[in-house]
Design a protein around this ligand. Structure first.
Ligand code: LLP
Length: 423
């Protein structure tokens, strides 16, 4: 459920006509609905009421400071995967004690920063990473809290680029390897074993892979108990899918209940790392039609947003619904490719899509763009990154202004020897 709907002929976010925001900030821009975010957070939290748990929002999905600050206010923690994400999470007021740090390539500086901040735990993804964290914690005179990210070899049945818990994936350590590494970690001076973790993939629309993963983790937990290793935290990652078109993922309430049922009475604090399910349908990308171009074979609608703003269609062949900001019932329709201005044939937001006939100046909303939209945007083709706007009822806030051309080149220097022009 989201908050983007038509009133008469105009698309609204809450009580604000999206066109009104477009007039203020120009296009393209990202628009997020705060009430939708709120509902999604509550939908996840309500079935967990009374359960010892911590939801750590996977901020790779959306790392806008205003969004994160609201997460903090709602009691959420964060799953971070870089020093930059840790910096943002702390800046947004998320307490370090609610932050888990995942990712296969943590650098020494990032590790030091996280140890210094006092995060809840590192999710360890390799034998060497464990050694480096032990060494860095020793050097800093601290103990580093860790869990091992177990790769349970479960097929999440999702796009191969976003499957993470199969043996051919780079993530985590396999079950037997995890056993070995926990036993090593137990003897390390500067490591405190606090948890066990897994994350098997993203945009899952079926519960069974999650339940298979839990079953494998439980077996490992039992075996480790025999070696005197007990945990405080069981981190089950994120991955619950959303509806982009006709997918029917489980409701968060069913997901939470099924997982809690499978976990059973282990007496561990359960950590969740949802990303997409919280923010995906809380955001849209708004863009204007620049040109309509007809060739003998195709009709292209050329818009002012492209793969630099939303890369999901190009990278994963992902489907995003498209809605005109102004609809007119009964207007003629046609099948088009909706493409961006970038010099790549992969630069499209929709292919062979039936839409009302669009003309220069019309605006459209690319739906379900709140997750992995802005966070995956880039400056490719030296395009400036779009602004982000947060709508709350009848109020809206520009929470990130559009990048300027000066921003684009800030930090660059041209050595004197390279300057000048040849006449
Ligand atoms: N925890 C870890 C360790 C993760 O790697 C991820 C996502 C999550 C949690 C959150 O997963 P979610 O609840 O959002 O499914 N760019 C891709 C998705 C990449 C997901 C990477 N990891 C996309 O646009 O579909």
């Amino acid at each position: 459920m989201h908050d983007f709907d038509y009133r008469q002929e105009s698309l609204y976010c809450g009580d604000v006509a999206v066109e009104e925001i477009a007039r203020k900030v120009g296009t393209p821009f990202y628009c997020y609905s705060l009430p939708t975010l709120h509902r999604h957070i509550r939908a996840f939290e309500e079935p967990l009421a009374g359960v010892d748990h911590q939801t750590c929002f996977a901020m790779k999905a959306n790392s806008c400071l205003a969004v994160l600050s609201y997460m903090a206010k709602q009691g959420l923690g964060a799953d971070v995967v870089s020093g930059g994400e840790l910096y943002r999470a702390l800046k947004a007021g998320i307490p370090a004690g609610k932050i888990v740090y995942s990712g296969v390539g943590k650098t020494t500086n990032e590790i030091d920063m996280a140890i210094g901040a006092g995060i809840m735990m590192f999710n360890i993804e390799s034998e060497q990473e464990l050694e480096v964290i032990d060494e860095r914690a020793g050097a800093l005179g601290k103990k580093a809290p860790i869990s091992i990210r177990v790769n349970p070899d479960v097929n999440p049945m999702t796009h191969p680029y976003i499957s993470t818990g199969m043996k051919e994936n780079k993530f985590g350590i396999d079950v037997e390897g995890s056993m070995t590494q926990y036993l090593r970690a137990k003897d390390m001076d500067n490591i405190e074993i606090v948890g066990i973790d897994c994350h098997i993939g993203s945009q899952l629309t079926d519960l069974s892979p999650f339940l298979d993963a839990v079953a494998r983790l439980k077996m490992l937990i039992e075996r480790l108990k025999d070696h005197g290793i007990v945990f405080k935290y069981l981190d089950l990652g994120g991955g619950l899918g959303i509806t982009y078109s006709d997918e029917e993922p489980p409701h968060p309430k069913d997901y939470c209940r099924a997982i809690l049922g499978a976990v059973g009475p282990l007496g561990l604090k359960v950590i969740f790392e949802p990303g997409r399910v919280i923010v995906g349908n809380a955001g849209i990308l708004v863009t204007s039609v620049l040109y309509r171009k007809q060739t003998r074979d195709k009709t292209f609608v050329i818009i002012d947003a492209g793969m630099s703003d939303l890369i999901r269609p190009s990278l994963y062949g992902a489907y995003h619904d498209i809605k005109p900001l102004r609809r007119s019932n009964g207007s003629p329709r046609e099948t088009v490719d909706v493409v961006g201005p970038i010099c790549e044939s992969a630069d499209f937001l929709a292919k062979n899509r039936e839409l009302p006939v669009l003309s220069r100046g019309d605006m459209i909303a690319v739906m379900s763009a709140g997750a992995y939209g802005f966070t995956m945007s880039s400056n490719y083709n030296s395009r400036t990154r779009p602004p982000e706007v947060l709508v709350d009822g009848s109020k809206y806030y520009v929470v990130l202004k559009r990048q300027s051309y000066e921003d684009l080149v800030s930090g660059e220097t041209v050595p004197a020897a390279l300057r000048g022009t040849r006449g």
